[in-house]
Ligand binder design. Structure first.
Ligand code: FES
Ligand code: MG
Length: 597
């Protein structure tokens, strides 16, 4: 861990704008308009750090909306430490509502944030986060611009309850949809039960993508220790908002920047901890993206190598039984990290935003409830990470084997001679509309051994990549008690879903990936031991299919709806490379490399 030096006020970036006698005209123009709402000349010119606060909350983004209140405490902290806070809006990203998908906004918010952090008089920034993609967008921008930056999560909602039963956000929707399709409940009850899962301000209270990515920000060292999972309404959430504000001012003086923290070792810690948390299947996409922007080459092979064998310690839905309130009380992210560090699984000497090493932050942070945060020797599940599957259809696809249910295992993985492999015929869907239109069609002949395939759902086929790979079986099978079929696809799936899908297949059908060659009734062999998925069709037939596909002009996908969809599709990288914008990944440390002019 290298401790950064301290800087003097004359080296503050904001001086170019606010105290620059060589360019008096420019300086005057920059200053005069900031006085028009009551800031004083003294505040702008006396060498106080100017701290941006990236506001991710709005009426459009309910998961982050309480940041509107919370940043008041951030500003108090900034001022108490001698800084001047400047709040500004981040492009809204709301997971459940944004169409065609919130993932389309991750890169757009990233670009917007890069321009603001680079182009305005900011010496440091507090990045408010919450809903799924707000966190990776913020961290990607922090890595690119590399001014002192600290993440403040808004925190999860309180537990949802139905009577004495915990109701987890997102996770309950997957369950209720099956019950609605099977005719157990009606639409009114479906809505009433779904809203049980959202009892307060905050983001999803399960270990979905939001809680995972905010935990990842803490694990990477980019937010204050212990801050990620404080429930949104708790007083501790406002307290840590204050501390975050004071700390970022110190970080400016210490010249402690994101690229000092976002090292290869920090990303390896994130991969390992994601397994311990039972984190979202979206985490590899976002973590690989943040890593690319930080100049660290992280691949899905790294996820398997470092993460697959790590046990599940956090007993939180969807993989476990509890929600984020219990998780916080049991010690939260530090308690999981503590177990993993003790087990020798982490790099303890990495630097974090509080200026201490990870290991120093974790002293005395043992689990306070070994039922909710398990001891490493007594985990919930032994191998909680992702397998990185390959084969003749794609180069990379992820599968979380820890969520395979006993029922699923009995139906698919029961051959005593070959317990880790199964074969099945496929039913192929081109996007979610096709799936919804045809899943109940008896002509497809879907039975309890069918593999459901979703294609056209990657970042190009469905701009941003659709969260649609976890498909439920046809109603006829649900009514017979068949709750899940194996799913495979080039899209993503919700982090709140516990389905044992093979997802994020790359390259995707829309860019020439092998899923485009599949036909209904083809047989696939999935071999988890060998890490392989093979289409059981000979090479000659496959080559003929490829030729026919090319003759048709490639895989057909829906038109662009907006300018940004077209722009993103023209330059987006596959899911295994983080779904980043290819031209953007070469920009790094831009605040220092390209000072204002
Ligand atoms: Fe926003 Fe889950 S929908 S956090
Ligand atoms: Mg999601």
């Amino acid at each position: 861990m290298a401790k950064p030096h301290r800087i003097t006020p004359d080296l503050l970036r904001s001086r170019y704008w606010f105290d620059n006698p060589e360019h008096p005209g420019t300086t005057a123009l920059c200053i005069e308009r900031y006085l028009n709402y009551g800031l004083t000349l003294e505040e702008l010119t006396s060498g106080k750090p100017i701290i941006g606060i990236s506001q991710s909350g709005s009426d459009l983004t309910p998961c982050n909306r309480h940041h509107i209140e919370l940043v008041k405490r951030v500003k108090d902290g900034v001022r108490a430490a001698g800084g001047v806070p400047f709040e500004f809006p981040m492009h809204p990203i709301h997971e459940n509502v944004r169409r065609p998908t919130a993932a389309l906004d991750r890169n757009l918010a990233y670009l917007g944030l890069v321009e603001v952090l680079h182009g305005y008089p900011l010496d440091g920034v507090v990045l408010t986060t919450g809903c799924d993609k707000t966190t990776p967008a913020a961290l990607m921008a922090a890595a690119t611009v590399n001014i002192p930056a600290i993440v403040l999560s808004g925190g999860p909602m309180l537990n949802g309850w139905r009577g004495a039963e915990r109701v987890g956000s997102g996770t309950i929707i997957w369950e209720l949809r099956k019950r609605l399709a099977a005719g157990d409940i009606d639409y009114a009850e479906f809505l009433s039960r779904a809203s049980d899962s959202a009892p307060s301000i905050g983001h999803c209270n399960t270990m979905g993508t939001a809680s995972t990515m905010n935990a990842m920000a803490e694990v990477l060292g980019m937010s204050l220790p212990g801050s990620a999972v404080i429930p949104a309404p708790y007083k501790e959430r406002a307290m840590v908002a204050f501390d975050t504000g004071t700390r970022v001012v110190e970080m400016v003086w210490e010249d402690l920047r994101p690229l000092d923290v976002l090292t290869r070792e920090a990303f390896e810690n994130a991969v390992v901890t994601c397994s311990g948390l039972g984190g979202s299947s979206n985490a590899p996409v976002h973590i690989n993206a943040i890593a690319r922007h930080a100049g660290v080459e992280l691949t899905n092979d790294d996820w398997q190598r470092l993460g697959y064998e790590v046990p599940l310690l956090a007993n939180v839905m969807p993989a476990g039984a509890y929600l984020c309130e219990e998780f916080y009380r049991a010690g939260g992210v530090p308690a999981v990290l503590h177990e993993l560090l003790q087990a020798g699984k982490l790099h303890g000497d990495v630097l974090t935003v509080n200026g201490q090493t990870l290991a120093a932050n974790l002293e005395g942070q043992e689990t306070r409830d070994a039922e909710v945060i398990r001891r490493y020797a007594n985990p919930l599940v032994a191998y909680a990470g992702f397998l990185n599957l390959k084969g003749n259809l794609f180069d990379s696809a992820l599968m979380k084997t820890s969520v395979i249910s006993p029922d699923f295992r009995a139906r698919f993985l029961s051959d005593p001679d070959d317990p880790d492999a199964f074969e099945g015929k496929v039913a192929v869907f081109d996007g979610s509309e096709d799936y919804h239109a045809r899943i109940d069609d008896p002509q497809l002949g879907i039975d309890e051994r069918t593999i459901l395939v979703m294609r056209g759902a990657g970042p190009v086929g469905h701009p941003g990549g659709a969260e649609v790979v976890n498909m439920q079986p046809p109603a006829a099978l649900l009514q017979r008690g068949i709750e899940s079929l194996p799913c495979l696809g080039d899209g993503r799936q919700s982090g709140t879903s516990g389905s044992p899908s093979i997802l994020n297949a790359a390259p995707e059908a829309a860019t020439g990936g092998g899923l485009a060659l599949l036909e209904d009734g083809d047989r696939l062999r999935v071999d988890l031991q060998r890490g392989e998925v093979r289409l059981l069709v000979d090479d000659v037939e496959l080559a003929e299919r490829r030729q026919r596909l090319e003759d048709r002009g490639g895989y057909i996908y829906p038109d662009h709806q907006t300018p940004w969809q077209e722009i993103q599709r023209s330059m987006v990288e596959p899911l295994d490379r983080g779904m980043t914008l290819e031209p953007a990944t070469k920009y790094r440390d831009v605040a220092r490399r390209h000072p204002p002019r």
